[in-house]
Ligand binder design. Structure first.
Ligand code: SAM
Length: 187
């Protein structure tokens, strides 16, 4: 777990938050709270992102799905954690944020990660499943079975559900609870 902590710290150092904020918010990058993006969405609180990445326990070479890519920050952090032998697919519903996130991610020079528009009404991207890890940065009321179905046999998903951070592990979709958090809704 110490190695995991060091890897997450290194990812934060390699992908500073400033590069994923609108110009008007950059001077607030060190603020430990969510910051506004376009379309009423947010760049998540750094402490929350760090807790989620630690729970996700991402390793080199893994295939990761990032649902709610927003500013591209989590996609870039995940890309650093999987390294060039891995792959990260970020999905985002807001068209303006797809462009914003892509531009921000592109500047990090990690072409094994990319951001695609989410298909309204379709959660995740089942045709490219299974994923070793799934990170969800928007909140549903119930654990979505469609996303659990996209996890690999030994996969891990971290997702806030109805105010509580859940870690879902295969085999068996075993759920553990990791404290209270609030996110924008998963649509
Ligand atoms: C907290 S925000 C952005 C977090 C992002 N990881 C970041 O670091 O900037 C969550 C994002 O999830 C997006 N979202 C909500 N429902 C979604 C869905 N079904 N598929 C993909 N993105 C979704 C929202 O548009 C929003 O941009």
């Amino acid at each position: 777990m110490e190695d995991g902590r060091a890897a997450v710290d290194a990812a934060f150092e390699a992908c500073p938050r400033e590069g994923f904020l609108p110009r008007s918010q950059r001077r607030r990058a060190s603020y430990d709270g969510p910051l506004p993006l376009s379309g009423g969405q947010t760049n998540s609180q750094p402490r929350t992102v760090e807790a989620m990445l630690r729970l996700l326990d991402v390793g080199p070479g893994q295939r990761v799905l990032d649902v709610g890519a927003g500013s591209g920050w989590t996609t870039a952090l995940l890309a650093h954690l999987v390294g060039p032998g891995g792959a990260v697919l970020g999905l985002e519903l807001e068209p303006d944020l797809v462009s914003f996130g892509r531009a921000n991610l592109g500047r990090t020079g990690q072409p094994w990660a990319h951001i695609e528009p989410a298909v309204p009404g379709l959660l995740g991207r089942p045709e490219e499943a299974p994923y070793d890890r799934i990170l969800v940065s928007a909140e549903p009321r119930e654990l979505p079975a469609e996303l659990v179905d996209q996890l690999a046999d030994d996969g891990v998903m971290v997702i806030p559900v109805a105010g509580t951070m859940l870690r879902v592990t295969n085999p068996g979709a075993v759920v553990t609870r990791h404290g209270g958090y609030r996110f924008v809704p998963l649509r």
